[in-house]
Write a protein that binds this ligand. Sequence first.
Ligand code: F3S
Length: 292
Amino acid sequence: MELTVARNAGFCFGVEKAVSAVYEAVGQKNRIYTYGPIIHNETVVEDLTRRGVGVIHSLEEVDRLAAESAESGEKITIVIRSHGVSEDVISHIQKSGLSVIDTTCPFVSRIHQLVEDASKKGSQIVIIGNAGHPEVVGTMGWSHEPAAVIGTAEEAEHWDGDLSRPVLVVAQTTFNTDKFQELVAILQRRAYNIAVVNTICNATRMRQQEARRVAAQSDVMIVIGGKSSSNSAKLYEICRKECRDTYFIQTVKDLPERDFSTLRVGITAGASTPKNIIEEVQNYVRTGRREF
Ligand code: F3S
């Protein structure tokens, strides 16, 4: 059997930094909450829950915790995850009196800055990405006027921006590079005066390129990632095009009983997949034994 594990599989720099920051904070006295699950990986989130880390989802919960902390004197820390949040959310948390650990990935902060500056100067903002993804929602919140989110060719064809005003186009950091170029080309063809900054992060770009290469040389491809991880879903999409026999799994438990011994097998993983989960899959493919 030939087994190829992509070198760029698993935690990226931003996720690594965010997850380590939470584990470091756990050892301190403060009660810790993450604003949304720290990453799209149930195993990591469950482990943190066991260590007493809570997850909150709204500013109402921030206010409730601030009131509790003021009453009891107990110190509480809110961790902002690598996806980042809108300007309103971060300033609300900062004003609440609770401690903040901001692990927004610097590549995401750069997008916030671009969007804020351009919209302040009068540009319309288009984010090429998935509407509803937390990073996109956060980025929208840095624009001084409502930003548009475009994720499909149809949306690019029908976007009704103002043709007389400039447009800044940025991307969700984990968006598919080919699709980004396709959607930008549509906007350009429709004669919009656009400035394009390809903000797809390098880690994503390299991960996608490598996944495509490995999948093209494999009989079976395995993509490991959380169900709600959009970068993992995109990896699956890319691999599936090159290799029809592609699995999208969360852990080794999701793989069927199968003899891989005569096949060329490729493995890649999304940015929120911890190393040990990749190793478990690797071991199973090599030995046929699952170790949980
Ligand atoms: Fe940051 Fe890129 Fe990861 S934007 S969080 S290093 S995918």
